[in-house]
Design a protein around this ligand. Structure first.
Ligand code: PGA
Ligand code: ZN
Length: 435
């Protein structure tokens, strides 16, 4: 038998960072190699994401159990892949897609399929004696990515204390990943100090580890983050810029963007005006889901207005879906895609999205979910993508740190070019200093 043939697959129900069930898949190869992978889960999900299969049994985990998805791995998928060569990732992923037979992986579950897809890749990397990032990169040029790090949270990740979901810091002028994280921890600390001065009361952190305060307005978060960068001894815009994930679908009601905490609503044109004003007033360089996920007619206007200044990212809008990405590229509807493996459900399709974005001259940001696990797979994926950008939340929860810490160790133990050595990867406004 081929040494890299799959000889066993098992899936187990484990828990994610919100204490909800998720899947861990284990793979064995004929050569004796064993590997596993865990899958994450979103909260502010896009409607065209692949289907996450939940048991729906109200007596267990409020219906969120994944025993049926595990059973699908242990029976149908294990039977299908037994004897397949783990080195042939595209064939394995295609076999699972065909076995599922639905357009959105709803029969077997994208969670079941993705757990196996990632565990296969990890086993193949071990069997061929390569670090995961090197194996995944194949012919792509690996790059140590620039992190965009969540500092303040709102939306569905922080009980809607404010509507905008993520306010993030991009330490783009740092000269190493280690320096980037040092700057970020300083900004995270100074943000807390500023919030305390304003009387914010802390009982914990939001789903991605950022501060989730109740502020008077969404704009106040931008004021605080800009000040926090200064308080950390850094120069807003020149050293550290700001990204926002608006996650606009989640406060789009009856045709309007409704900022309930501010008691006001806007149509798309007024909302684009507001975003443009903020992009001029604050050092914002990246804007994610600035419009709701079905606004195909308005995304091109947003990109036309802001795209030369700002990275315009589609997350819920594009859902790591190759067909939606191609449509958006043809319509000039954004200029970057957020990449979340579980939005599409296989590693091969994830790379299709990454490579399609690259070929179109778009950016791609490799991203975690708000419900994560300690699996650091996506740190390696981010390096392997060669796209130079990473988004995995804040710095206070270990499911986030498993990715950041993997980067910190890889930076010191492997020779991987750093984002600043590939300035063409990042939007033009980020005048990367290579000195
Ligand atoms: P989610 O949030 O994982 O809850 O979808 C992350 C994001 O919107 O980027
Ligand atoms: Zn998002």
């Amino acid at each position: 038998m081929n040494k890299t043939a799959i000889t066993a697959i098992h899936a187990f129900e484990v828990l994610d960072s919100r204490g909800r069930p998720t899947i861990e898949a284990h793979i064995k190869l004929a050569c004796g190699v064993e590997a596993s992978a865990q899958v994450p889960s979103g909260a502010s999900t896009g409607t065209s994401e692949a289907h996450e299969l939940r048991d729906g049994d109200p007596l267990r985990h409020c219906g969120l159990g994944v025993r049926n998805a595990c059973k699908n791995v242990n029976e149908e998928i294990a039977n299908l892949l037994n004897g397949s060569d783990a080195l042939n990732q595209p064939a394995i992923d295609q076999l699972m897609i065909d076995l599922d037979g639905t357009p959105n992986k709803s029969r077997l579950g994208a969670n079941a399929i993705l757990a196996v897809s990632c565990a296969v890749a990890r086993a193949a990397a071990i069997a061929t004696g390569q670090p995961l990032w090197r194996y995944l990169a194949a012919s792509r040029t690996p790059v140590l990515p620039l992190p965009m790090v969540n500092i303040l949270s709102g939306g569905l990740h922080a009980s809607k204390a404010m509507e905008f979901q993520d306010f993030l810091a991009i330490p783009w002028a740092a000269q190493s990943f280690a320096q980037a994280m040092e700057w970020i921890t300083a900004i995270h600390r100074s943000t807390r100090e500023l919030l305390e001065q304003r009387g914010a009361y802390f009982t914990g952190v939001a789903d991605e580890g950022g501060w989730g305060p109740r502020l008077k307005t969404n704009e106040e978060a931008l004021q605080i983050l800009t000040r926090a960068i200064e308080h950390a001894g850094l120069i807003p815009g020149d050293q550290v810029s700001i990204a926002i994930d608006v996650a606009a679908s989640h406060f789009f009601e009856n045709g309007e963007y409704r900022l309930a905490s501010e008691n006001r609503s806007m149509d798309a044109a007024a909302f684009i005006d507001l975003l443009e004003t903020w992009c001029k007033k604050y050092p914002i360089v990246s804007l994610e889901d600035g419009l709701e996920q079905n606004a195909w007619h308005q995304w091109p206007s947003l990109t036309k207005r802001l795209g030369s200044q700002v990275q315009v990212i589609g997350d819920d809008f594009l859902t790591t879906n190759p067909a939606r990405l191609i449509r958006a590229i043809e319509a000039n509807a954004a200029n970057a895609v957020l990449v979340k493996m579980n939005q599409i459900g296989t590693l091969t399709e994830t790379f299709t999205v990454i490579d399609t974005a690259r070929a179109a001259g778009w950016g791609a940001v490799i991203s975690a979910r708000s419900g994560e696990t300690e699996d650091s797979f996506l740190a390696d994926l981010a390096i392997a993508s060669g796209m130079g950008q990473l988004k995995v939340g804040s710095i206070t929860r270990s499911e986030r740190l498993s990715k950041y810490n993997r980067m910190l160790v890889l930076e010191q133990t492997q020779t991987i070019p750093h984002w600043s050595q590939s300035p063409a990867l990042l939007p033009p406004r980020w005048a990367i200093s290579t000195g």
